[in-house]
Ligand binder design. Structure first.
Ligand code: MG
Ligand code: ZN
Length: 253
């Protein structure tokens, strides 16, 4: 009896220790377009600052600070919300989050974009209560906006104002599994720290270049189908290089 009791105890502890976390980039992954780029094109002066960013002349944080200063007077919080709500999300977003939550996964939206358009779009999808959101903020003082980068870090020199790697390492415990879905340059340091990677766009090319195993995808429906199969087969496992990278990142912070 005693032996059986302690065996059940160990099994219980092991089952409750491991959690699966699903990290989703926002712009171009959850949303169809890059809403941040569209926003600065719509309300501000996109060039030459965007080219300066792409050429490496300025950092992402400098690009955002300059772009926000160049927003035109008609760009109010209300105008941004209305603009955000004109944007479309990937049709697979709601089914993916619903399935992940039913499967006891934690879902995190990780963006180097801004709360002012991410929040209303996720709220409209009905998923705001089911996901955590980590992103930059735009605050309005009644006349102008100011930017803040809550995830900024000195220990990573990635192409981000807020480093997504730190969102990954701060949410997951040693035993946990990190799944990451993204499409662009701001995702490239996070995927090195993720066990299962879904990539499209420039992120897919970056993963290939760096030798990071990944599933290429076009829509979040495809991500869900592949994840459902892996989940049922018990094939969501730690990736050794990601586990080591997470340990190094934690030591560096
Ligand atoms: Mg993106
Ligand atoms: Zn980083």
């Amino acid at each position: 009896m005693d032996g059986q009791g302690s065996w059940q105890g160990i099994l219980y502890v092991r089952l409750t220790e491991m959690a699966i976390h699903l990290f989703l980039d926002f712009d171009g992954t959850i949303s169809q377009a890059d809403v941040g780029n569209e926003l600065f094109q719509h309300f501000g002066v996109f060039e030459p600052v965007h080219s300066q960013l792409m050429n490496g002349q300025i950092t992402v944080a400098e690009y955002y600070r300059t772009s926000v200063q160049l927003l035109r007077p008609e760009c109010t919080p209300e105008a941004i919300t209305a603009f955000a709500l004109s944007q479309q999300l990937d049709a697979g977003f709601v089914p993916l989050v619903s399935w992940a939550r039913r499967s006891s996964m934690m879902v995190h939206v990780v963006s180097d974009g801004f709360d002012v358009y991410i929040q209303p779009l996720i709220e409209r999808s009905g998923q705001l209560g089911d996901v955590s959101v980590s992103c930059n903020t735009l605050s309005w003082n009644g006349t102008t906006f100011s930017v803040a980068f809550p995830g900024a870090t000195e220990s990573c020199s990635c192409f981000c104002a807020s480093c997504k790697r730190n969102v990954v390492i701060s949410h997951i415990a040693d035993e946990d599994i990190a799944i990451y879905v993204g499409d662009g340059r701001s995702d490239s340091c996070a995927v090195e720290h993720a066990d299962v990677v879904f990539a499209k766009g420039t992120l897919a090319a970056e993963c290939t270049r760096k030798g990071i195993p990944h599933h290429h995808f076009h829509t979040l429906f495809e991500v869900m189908i592949i994840l459902q199969r892996k989940f049922e087969e018990g094939a969501l496992r730690p990736r050794r290089q990601a586990v080591l990278a997470r340990k190094r990142a934690i030591e560096a912070e």
